[in-house]
Ligand binder design. Structure first.
Ligand SMILES: N[C@@H](CCC(=O)N[C@@H](CS)C(=O)NCC(=O)O)C(=O)O
Length: 221
């Protein structure tokens, strides 16, 4: 089956699916669109106009990164999703929670002043506290085996690694397990190859465009 991932170069949700496809060594094509002026063909297949969308052989598409990743996993055994229904359900809960962490990161990059920035930072840290509290010994979320939860959080860590005060937002002293997990994921080839080469520059430009204040706080000159 031919798979085509409809993408936007900076989207962390797209990146979740790219990590999964690369990890599972599933052949796929990637098509980048401009989200500011999405093409008509895309709006026809993605009912909410969001990326990622995974276009299938019959021209139809799947949407929602978590669902796309489950589908990729379902059609390409051996499965990353754990066998045990309870563990699987818990994994899904934390994948869902990862959306909030992605949202926090986005809101940091658009904060227009100190008050807004600090409010978001407190929320981001509180959410990272929750993840830190449930992490085990690692190296992956479920222990020895990479899973879809790892694919879901890798984009968050990649962006925090690019942000100037990462130590401020995710200090080792407060988040030792989260930092160890981040190091493991960021060292994986499928994570390193999950964005375009120019990603750091694009990300910095994107933050500068969003908010001069956030750029000052987050991006090295
Ligand atoms: N819950 C969705 C979120 C996807 C999402 O928000 N994608 C953004 C880009 S990072 C998007 O397509 N935004 C366009 C829009 O909202 O119109 C998922 O996991 O796939």
């Amino acid at each position: 089956m031919a798979l085509e991932l409809i993408s936007f170069k900076l989207c962390p949700f797209v990146q979740r699916s790219v990590v999964t496809l690369l990890h599972k060594q599933v052949p796929f094509d990637i098509t980048y669109i401009d989200l500011a002026s999405p093409p008509d063909w895309f709006l026809k297949i993605s009912p909410f106009g969001k990326v990622p969308a995974l276009r299938l052989d019959d021209g139809s598409a799947l949407f929602e990164s978590a669902i796309i990743n489950e589908y990729i996993d379902d059609i390409t055994p051996p499965h990353l999703n754990p066998e045990d229904p309870l563990v699987r359900a818990r994994n899904r809960s934390w994948i869902q929670f990862g959306e909030q962490c992605i949202g926090d990161q986005y809101h940091l990059t658009v904060a227009k002043d100190e008050e807004a920035f600090e409010t978001v930072r407190a929320r981001a840290e509180g959410n990272l506290d929750k993840v830190e509290a449930i992490l085990g010994e690692g190296p992956y979320f479920n222990g020895e085996r990479f899973s879809l939860v790892d694919a879901a959080y890798a984009p968050i860590f990649m962006r925090y690694a690019l942000i100037k005060p990462m130590d401020d937002v995710m200090p080792e002293s407060r988040y030792p397990r989260l930092n160890a997990w981040a190091r493991t994921l960021l060292a994986l080839p499928e994570v390193q190859r999950s964005v375009v080469d120019e990603f750091p520059t694009l990300f910095a430009e994107y933050v500068r465009k969003n908010s001069a204040y956030a750029a000052e706080r987050l991006i090295a000159a």
